[in-house]
Design a protein around this ligand. Structure first.
Ligand SMILES: [Ca+2]
Length: 493
């Protein structure tokens, strides 16, 4: 049986820059599909390998290697462990690993049987197991008159089988090229089978990619990618995988990399369902390259190994799929300090909520006086004071707000105030808030740093700062100081 697996369905990279030319410029890309099988861990067709010790390895150019890369063997317990030690393990397994994994680069899988009517031998379970006291019954074999099989439900058999399974696990666990080992110790056929090797396939339908990355020289450049994936197979993915996103130059050199653990883990990428994710890649702002290539690889970070195969074309030698081309455009440097206020020569005082007063306090300051004092009684508003930012905010960019707050008194709540950045779109519509940590009321009358790092969405155009009290209907009375506020641009689209 074979196994194909998964492919990214739709990759959407968004142009988050406020480009003077064309605003948010997207390109829509449909990665070309591949009809080739995907040989991935945990799934695929397998080829039956025959009985191990007498097996003749298939040639390198056998036709079936085009559709399957797993070879599967059924051994009897007696083949693998003819005496109580583990000396027999090497004799059975080494030639198979050598022929298929080392020489051909394929995968191998096994089931060890305790009863096998096809066996030409009297013992499928080794004779020494019965000699140690495990009870037996006599069955007819297809090729032999009498075959001695264990009483599977007897505790002595279960203990002996468990000891064998533990030794086998110690021997095989983690071996390069081992695909699976089936449970086969109960009954003729194991009576328990793995059901995971069912084809699944991930395919990207579409990729919308930013046409341009803006290189401002003095600040990290951003590329935001919205990507959609679809499992076009018939089974879920049984492994939790990561998506490695790369930006390469034309020579394939890596300029940027971001590993994404999907918010919806791949174990929940069910057949027929679409999964949407976003990733943001940081690039040096002074890149010399003019043409950038976006590539993605699906990897198992815990187990390592080659990246998974996807149902699309353009896989490179490192297992990355090249899915889009992006133009890198140098533009003018940008001021990274969006807002800076020490209240030495303030632009103005913050707007007051009803019941509150703001004033310069010449005697108090964080780094140095003055600071802004905010005091009064408030109910019916979310905040105590607010400041509309005079500089615009860039979409798809990363910012950090820091400010220092000193609360002298606060009545009406046991939770400290905090700062927020409220962001709006080009029409002034509110989009969302980014909140700092709260002031710690156990350390009243001390200057405390409040901060938040946030990523703006593709619609963000402007913003407002505010001191929040934590609820509109909360009735509070307070006296506090605010000083040394800074809003910095850390990475720009
Ligand atoms: Ca100050």
């Amino acid at each position: 049986m074979w196994i194909v697996i998964v492919a990214p369905v739709t990759l959407v990279a968004s142009a988050t820059a406020a480009d003077e030319d064309d605003g948010l410029a997207f390109q829509v890309i449909h990665p070309p599909r591949s009809a080739m099988p995907c040989f991935n861990p945990g799934m695929g067709l397998y080829v039956a390998g025959g009985d191990g010790l007498n097996h003749r390895p298939a040639p390198k150019d056998a036709w079936f290697w085009e559709i399957a890369d797993i070879i599967y063997f059924r051994a009897t317990w007696n083949d693998v462990q003819p005496s109580p030690g583990t000396e027999g393990f090497d004799a059975y397994f080494e030639p198979l690993f050598d022929a298929y994994v080392k020489k051909l680069g394929k995968r191998v899988a096994f089931r060890v049987m305790s009863e096998a009517m096809h066996s030409p031998h009297k013992y499928a379970t080794p004779k020494w197991v019965f000699d140690q006291g495990v009870p037996s019954v006599v069955h007819r074999g297809l090729h032999i008159e009498d075959q001695l099989d264990p009483v599977f439900w007897d505790d002595r058999y279960v203990e002996a089988a468990c000891r064998f399974a533990r030794k086998l696990a110690d021997y095989l666990d983690g071996r390069e090229g081992l695909e699976w080992v089936e449970v086969g110790a109960i009954g003729e056929w194991g009576e328990m089978h793995l059901a995971r090797h069912i084809p699944g396939r991930w395919t990207p339908d579409q990729l919308e990619v930013q046409r341009r990355v803006h290189l401002r020289g003095n600040i990290t450049a951003r590329l935001a990618v919205h990507h959609r994936w679809r499992n076009e197979g018939v089974a879920p993915c049984y492994d939790s995988l990561a998506l490695d996103w790369f930006v390469l130059d034309e020579q394939g050199r890596e300029l940027g990399h971001q590993r994404l653990f999907p918010a919806t883990p791949t174990t929940l990428w069910k057949p027929g369902e679409m999964v949407e994710e976003t990733v943001r890649l940081d690039l040096p702002g002074d890149l010399k390259a003019q043409k950038l290539i976006l590539a993605v690889a699906v990897v198992d970070p815990e187990r390592g190994g080659s990246p998974w195969q996807l149902g699309i074309e353009e896989r490179d030698r490192e297992g990355r799929y090249r899915v889009a081309t992006i133009e890198a455009v140098p533009v003018a440097p940008i001021d990274t300090v969006v807002h800076h206020e020490t209240f030495d020569a303030p632009d103005g005082l913050w707007g007051e909520a009803q019941g509150m007063q703001t004033a310069l306090d010449p005697h108090v300051g964080h780094d140095s006086p003055p600071a802004m004092r905010v005091r009064g009684r408030q109910r019916g508003d979310y905040n105590l004071a607010r400041w509309k930012l005079k500089s615009p905010l860039l979409p798809g960019s990363r910012y950090r707000l820091t400010a220092w707050l000193r609360v002298t008194s606060l009545d009406g709540t046991c939770r400290g105030p905090y700062l927020k950045v409220a962001v709006v779109d080009g029409k002034g519509q509110w989009l969302t808030n980014y909140n700092t940590n709260r002031y710690d009321l156990d350390r009243l009358a001390q200057w405390q740093s409040l901060s938040v790092v946030f990523e703006t969405s593709t619609e963000v155009c402007a913003g407002q700062l505010a001191i929040e009290k934590g609820g509109r209907d909360l009735a509070i009375e307070t006296d506090l100081h605010l000083d040394d506020i800074q809003l910095e641009l850390l990475a720009a689209s």
